[in-house]
Write a protein that binds this ligand. Structure first.
Ligand code: BGC
Ligand code: NOJ
Length: 815
């Protein structure tokens, strides 16, 4: 069952009924000001940090789940009836409803009794504000006398505090109202450098800034007193819960349309700007008045929307494909790329499933996310790399996460996730292949963000490998530390103390025994990548060093990391195998199968094929590939959080989508395009649209997890949007199935597509040059013959044009 449809041309998903199985959200904002926006106008906004600069309130684990947002009420003053065009929060029956989620905007429309209203929400480029561009049409044969009420609920203080520290917060709220603009200045008193404001393009009939005055005592959002009575209280908030509500009365002739622009803005003085006027308790409104005036004019709103569209056209224009498969096309061309940008902007902070008050940016996560966005925003990716590298320690280890506001590492989690340092190499190598900007390797980057410790970025990469060499276990495999990619495989964290849960207990073991075969595979790849960096950067001595290390670890993995039919997962603190046929549960894990093959281990001697066949036999389901089998039926203290989940969920045999593309890539490396694309389709949200009632999450973005075959809810997705799945599936589809991938010497075109495809076409902008690619099948194999601008070339890498040409025509024939 579906709840809408893809409008591919408009790059929109159109939701046609509001009662989706989960909140189906979109994001607005792509620079500093961000918001979550659900199809029923739910969600909140923040500036840069979803915890420290939260602008509007988020409610957690609420009933219904999606509650609180950017609400507008339309009241018929003739009979006092009212509705929300976004369905929520009034939730009455609408005669018509739709939500069009697009690139950085959503249009939510609802109609009742001949009154049609629609709001386009978006954040203009270069501004710290959001627009609610509202239009209402009287489709009746007679005039309509309407009242429009808007409301935003402020929360401009620490969002965690907002949910806990009422003894303070209920006494701090303060507002000012001037020229019909509502200013929320609660934090201004103390910090004196930022505030929020809410303005409207129309003359106001009334306003409210105190939530209880708007709602009335003991009333809910579905029936606010102000709306029911058709009259605002003109309230001025003192403590309690400051809000911004506008009331506008309109008289509409038959057929008449009116437009009202509401704007919610944030202002922050630049750091070096002295507070002005000194020690004032009054907001310096002249700082924002020009912006308010600008967006009160709908012409400027239209121009801002056009600029936003253009921004997305440029970003998505970097790669566009036309294949025989509609799902591949719409994911690659629109939604998967869009999701990759969401992971760039949000990392893992704010979604339906992430509260915005938890983690900062992950070292591992952001480095991997780079694979999905570096081609769209290379300059911003460059800065991200430098920020990440600056949280590395001199040992080569790294903070697991850092805070976006301060850019400093999170002390509470610290380091010791022994896969982390390798991802920096993978990320930097991808950046270099995409951009050819080797100057980044000479950038001076500190350790632990400590001034005076700066060394070139290249030295950070070398330390990543040094860290691995300093942390080798008894079998010669890398020690796992707190965990590797699988955060929940905690082999060093347990304690015999009764009552201890999975929370990783640092120092619980000496950490010198538990080893990870997965990191072994990852290290083979990172050493090869670092050798590639060294070669391209002209450091020949290092090429040999890192290739030798890769070779040595490859041998170790084959010797101590092979179980006979598949790669082992790990050795635990007692030297016992994990992910082996010898185990009763958790006999086979997905991570080392996909990743070791990507690293090239066993590709020549057939072990790689065996490993992937075992994946197919033991782990593949029609909804995707599960993480391990058999699932853990009970809690194992020596394995940690992984066994804390019931069978079929998350890391305990859930379909952890993030590592499905590793197997997809691995299948293409072994030349199996049919299997690769089949696996891709199983987790592809667009291909799952028809089963939206089972899948539950948005059909336009990947989810982190789909319940595995051991769960009663097999096929149900959770944790949409903010997941490494976005980058990895984008990378798997574009760079491996379609085979268009950035290399140091040019653009590789080496597709491994399904046999049934007769070809595809693509445009890829690479280092400023547009490559027009057409691929045709002359036989069922993967052998590629390339013609570039009419001339046949050897190999599969198309070099950049020497004559400075801006377009290259590439024809590939597969046989
Ligand atoms: C989740 C993991 C996640 C980790 C982050 C765990 O509870 O299962 O998927 O990586 O939290 O800290
Ligand atoms: C989600 C985390 O963000 C990611 O870093 C981790 O690799 C996976 N969960 C698996 O545990």
């Amino acid at each position: 069952m579906k709840y809408g449809y893809f409008d591919d041309k408009a790059r929109e998903y159109v939701i046609t009924r509001p009662d989706t199985p989960m909140p189906w959200i979109n994001y607005i904002g792509c620079e500093g000001y961000f918001g979550i926006l659900s199809a029923t106008a739910g969600g909140y906004s923040y500036y840069k940090d979803a915890r420290l600069r939260r602008l509007t309130r988020g409610r957690y684990n609420n009933v219904p789940l999606d509650f609180g947002g950017r609400y507008i009420y339309v009241r018929d003053n003739a009979d006092g009836s009212f509705f929300s065009p976004s369905w929520m929060p009034v939730r009455g029956k609408l005669d018509d409803y739709s939500c069009r989620h697009g690139m950085g905007y959503s249009v939510i429309s609802g109609k009742k009794n001949g009154i049609a209203a629609s709001t386009r929400y978006f954040v203009p480029m270069g501004e710290n504000l959001e627009i609610w561009d509202f239009t209402v049409t009287n489709e009746r044969a007679e005039s309509a006398d309407l009242s429009i009420f808007s409301i935003a609920e402020f929360c401009l203080w620490d969002a965690q505090d907002d949910a806990t520290n009422f003894q303070r917060n209920f006494s701090t709220g303060q507002v000012e109202v001037e020229d019909e603009v509502i200013y929320h200045k609660t934090e201004y008193r103390e910090r004196r450098n930022h505030f929020a404001w809410f303005a409207c393009s129309e003359k106001l009939t009334g306003f409210d800034t105190q939530r209880e005055a708007f709602l009335g005592p003991w009333r809910g959002w579905e029936d606010p007193k102000a709306v029911a009575e058709g009259k605002s209280g003109d309230s001025i908030a003192h403590g309690w819960q400051p809000v911004a509500s506008n009331h506008i009365k309109l008289s509409l002739k038959p057929g008449e349309t009116r437009r009202i622009v509401f704007v919610l803005g944030y202002h922050e003085n630049p750091r070096d700007q002295k507070f002005d006027p000194p020690n004032s308790q009054t907001i310096n409104k002249k700082l924002v008045k020009p912006t308010i005036a600008k967006f009160r004019d709908p012409k400027n709103v239209d121009a801002a929307f056009a600029a936003l569209k253009e921004n997305w056209d440029t970003l998505l224009g970097k790669i566009q494909v036309q294949t025989p498969d509609v799902h591949t096309d719409r994911m690659v061309n629109v939604w998967n790329a869009y999701q990759c940008m969401a992971t760039f902007n949000m990392s893992r902070s704010a979604s339906t499933f992430e509260s915005g008050i938890g983690r900062g940016l992950g070292f591992r996560d952001s480095n991997q996310d780079l694979l999905g966005f570096v081609h769209m925003v290379p300059e911003r990716a460059r800065q991200r790399i430098l920020d990440l590298a600056a949280t590395q320690f001199a040992s080569g280890g790294a903070y697991h996460q850092y805070q976006p506001m301060t850019k400093k590492g999170n002390n509470d989690i610290g380091g010791g996730f022994n896969d982390d340092p390798h991802w920096l190499i993978i990320g930097v190598a991808q950046y270099l292949k995409e951009t050819g900007d080797f100057s980044i390797l000479d950038e001076k980057v500190p350790f632990d963000t400590t001034p005076g410790t700066e060394v070139p970025l290249y030295e950070h990469l070398r330390r990543s490998i040094q860290y691995a060499l300093d942390n080798i276990g008894p079998h010669g495999l890398p020690l796992i530390g707190q965990a590797d990619w699988n955060d929940c495989l905690n082999l060093n964290c347990f304690s015999d103390e009764p009552g201890q849960s999975f929370q990783c207990l640092k120092g619980a073991t000496d950490g010198k025994t538990a080893e990870s075969v997965f990191i072994g595979g990852l290290m083979v790849l990172s050493c090869k990548e670092l050798a590639g960096v060294a070669k391209a950067a002209g450091k020949p001595g290092d090429v040999e060093t890192y290739l030798e290390l890769a070779q040595k670890m490859d041998e170790t993995v084959r010797k101590h990391g092979w179980d006979g039919e598949w790669f082992l997962r790990a050795y635990d603190n007692f030297g016992k195998k994990i992910g082996s046929h010898e185990n009763e549960e958790g006999k086979i894990y997905i991570e080392p199968q996909g990743f070791c093959v990507i690293a090239g281990i066993g590709v020549e001697d057939g072990t790689a094929r065996k490993a992937l066949d075992s994946v197919n036999k033991h782990l593949a389901t029609k909804h995707g590939i599960v993480l391990q089998q058999p699932a853990y039926t009970r809690y194992y203290i020596e394995l940690g959080e992984i066994s804390s989940y019931p069978p079929g969920y998350k890391e305990n045999a859930g379909i952890f989508c993030h590592n499905n593309p590793w197997v997809i890539i691995a299948e293409t490396i072994l030349g199996n395009g049919d299997q690769a694309h089949d696996y891709y389709t199983r987790i592809c949200p667009s291909a799952r649209e028809e089963i939206s009632d089972l899948h539950k999450n948005e059909p336009y973005v990947f989810s982190q997890m789909i319940a595995g075959k051991d769960a009663p809810t097999h096929g149900e997705a959770k944790n949409s949007w903010l997941t490494g799945t976005a980058a990895w599936t984008f990378f798997a589809a574009t760079a491996y199935i379609l085979g268009i991938r950035a290399e140091y010497d040019g653009l590789r075109v080496q597709p491994v597509i399904p046999k049934a495809w007769d070809g595809f076409t693509a445009t890829r902008v690479f280092r400023g040059v547009t490559f027009d690619i057409s691929v045709k099948r002359a036989g069922k194999g993967n052998r590629v013959a390339l013609t570039v601008d009419g001339k046949a070339i050897d190999g599969t890498i198309v070099p950049l044009p020497k004559d400075g040409a801006k377009t290259v025509k590439v024809e590939a024939v597969l046989s």
